[in-house]
Design a protein around this ligand. Sequence first.
Ligand SMILES: [Zn+2]
Length: 217
Amino acid sequence: MMGGALRANSPEAILAAALFMLAAFVSILIHELGHAITGLRLGGGRAAIALTPFGGLAFNQGCRFDRTQRFWMIAAGPGAGFAFFVLLVAVLCLLFDSSDVLGLVGGILFDIPFDFRSSELLSLLREKPFVYLVLNHLLWINFWWGIINLLPVLPLDGGQIADLFVRPQRRVFLLGVIAAGAMAVLGFLWLHSLYVAVLFGYLAWRNYQNMREVRWP
Ligand SMILES: [Zn+2]
């Protein structure tokens, strides 16, 4: 759905949607491995990862973390994605002209127009459009999903970090309502994405429901 499979009406478009799924699968797995491996290193029990249609979950069995340990375990998910992003860019910089690579990354992430200085990277992307597509998705997902996931909205990682430090818990849900509501409006008006609007509208509503259920102490 997110990779354009619903509109795919040619073999190329179906392959493109499959490549999006591959890039998303790899990216979510890296994110969850960041949580799980950090949990293990902090002395957590057997780690498990569940991949779900809208993301994933990592948990350790039979252990209790203190607040600092929980913080590092939560931060390690987005951290693993950002580290993978930096690694990808670094490898590309080793293989190709680095100003071309940075121009390409700026174009993918922020729509900044640029001209290629040398032809090596450009000709690779022209000759192998599917390499470009996978690269595009891997860079985009590991950067933007990482940023969005850090918004203070439960159950996103940013919301879980807020839940460690903000008390009473009603304030965490209030923060979630505001941030998710703002993201839904921004997604609809600025990004023109119905998907972002619906997802964050739903999260805002869930946080509002939770806010009403918990009582002020
Ligand atoms: Zn996470």
